[in-house]
Design a protein around this ligand. Structure first.
Ligand code: NAD
Ligand code: DAU
Length: 378
């Protein structure tokens, strides 16, 4: 079957993996990657697919409503996978307006353009899909209740709830009440509400998924894992916020992209799915694994870079723990994460160490100025 898909934010971290997967897996689909190319968007992430006949790139801002109308008509778009967003919590704390503009108004602009276009067609919404990619952060934060004597397993061979006993018994479920704390998560929560409202009001066939922290190649090095790998490599301090006790639930980015493919094709319209690999880690434990892995891959003696750990002022409103329950996805669509965490971290470290050129390319310009400011403040 032929389809014309618009993927927004396809030059970013997750978006580039989604574009690559769809371009390679569906030669009969036309894939239009629409991206503003902010500091976080890099066409270098897509070098391997840029010449494929079923791939197009359009540089545009999702807030530009007229442009969204034009692109949808010109490419006869029948499915949208919407990833474009401002995605970094620390930046949202410094500049909440940009997050409201892109994440809320940009999403609304795309929704409204899709509504106008699809409602103008004889078949209307039939065969159409608006898939919005969201985050677990909209649910707020869970308590960290490490029961006496329970040690983290440090191995996720079983993607099971047992793993979570070290951190707490509660999870985010699909019906957990929204309770965002940061300007980033508030803007994502708001965009999720708009997407659902377009289904409830106009009958647009929408789907929302809320995913946990992603890791893997092509992530902009302002986020914990690529930033720390790069700093370890260059012997630079590793700024651990607060006590390093916060817990995040990590999923390999290609597993997320694969899930987006599954849900885009098989997910129920108007529904919500949580995506996560039952893989919680306390930041400081994860950082120690990163140090060990980078040191080993660089041929440094064990423990060589431990001294780089530097505790710094905590992130304002820092959410303590995220933990996704993805049972619904597993039961309804037979989903399982494919990579164990150890394997994912090994591959990720290797990729960043082998792709210093990519790192140098994305860390020039705006990024450097931003980081100089961040360090001045601490
Ligand atoms: P990213 O910051 O790496 O990429 C975002 C992309 O969106 C960039 O290519 C950027 O140029 C583009 N963009 C930003 N503003 C735009 C605008 N106004 N118009 C058009 N394009 C614009 O983000 P990411 O980590 O890949 O996240 C992608 C999506 O997934 C986001 O919606 C994010 O909220 C969500 N998400 C991310 C994670 C994660 O761990 N990274 C987890 C769950 C959900
Ligand atoms: O949970 C999904 C979310 O995961 C996504 O919606 C966001 O787009 C994505 O950025 C990510 O948000 P986090 O804030 O969890 O990711 P980040 O990599 O910024 O931080 C991970 C943890 O590490 C968090 O507890 C803060 C801490 N941290 C982060 C940085 C950058 C540090 O201790 N030091 C750092 O320098």
């Amino acid at each position: 079957m032929k389809r014309n898909l618009l993927i927004t934010g396809g030059a970013g971290f997750i978006g580039s993996h989604v574009v690559r997967l769809f371009v390679n897996k569906y030669p009969d689909y036309r894939i239009v990657n629409l991206d503003k190319l902010t500091y976080a968007g890099n066409l270098a992430n897509l070098k391997d697919v840029e010449d494929k006949p079923n791939y197009r790139f359009v540089k545009a801002d999702i807030c530009d409503f007229e442009k969204m109308r034009e692109v949808l008509r010109e490419h006869e778009i029948d499915g949208i996978i919407h990833l474009a967003a401002e995605s970094h919590v620390d930046r949202s704390i410094k500049d909440p307006f940009t997050f409201a503009r892109t994440n809320v108004l940009g999403t609304l602009s795309l929704l409204q353009a899709a509504r106008e276009y699809w409602e103008s067609l004889p078949e209307g919404y039939e065969g159409k899909r608006f898939y919005h990619i969201s985050t677990d952060e909209v649910y707020g934060a869970l308590e960290l209740t490490n029961p006496e004597g329970v040690e983290p397993p440090f191995s996720t061979t079983a993607s099971s709830k047992e793993h979570h006993l070290a951190y707490g018994k509660d999870f985010f479920y699909e019906d957990t009440k929204y309770n965002p704390h940061s300007p980033y998560s508030a803007s994502k929560a708001s965009s999720d509400h708009f997407v659902r409202a377009f289904h409830d009001t106009y009958g647009m066939p929408t789907i929302v998924t809320n995913c946990s922290n992603n890791y893997g190649p092509y992530q902009f090095p302002e986020k914990l894992i690529p930033l720390f790998i790069n700093n370890i490599r260059h012997g630079k301090p590793l700024p651990v916020y607060g006590k390093g006790e916060n817990v995040r639930d990590w999923l390999y980015v290609e597993d997320h992209a694969r899930t987006i493919d599954l849900i885009f094709h098989k997910g129920r319209v108007a529904d919500t799915y949580n995506i996560g690999g039952f893989n919680e880690w306390k930041n400081i434990d994860l950082i120690k694994v990163l140090i060990k892995t980078v040191d080993r891959q660089l041929g440094n003696p064990e423990g060589h870079s431990l001294g780089l750990i530097t505790y710094v002022t905590d992130r304002k409103g820092h959410d303590m723990r995220y933990a996704i329950d993805s049972t619904k996805l597993q039961k309804e669509l037979g989903w399982e994460p494919s990579l164990q965490f150890e394997e994912g971290i090994e591959k990720t470290v290797k990729w960043y160490l082998e792709n210093q050129e990519w790192m140098d390319h994305v860390t020039s310009g705006d990024y450097l100025r931003y980081y100089e400011d961040m360090y001045k403040e601490k």
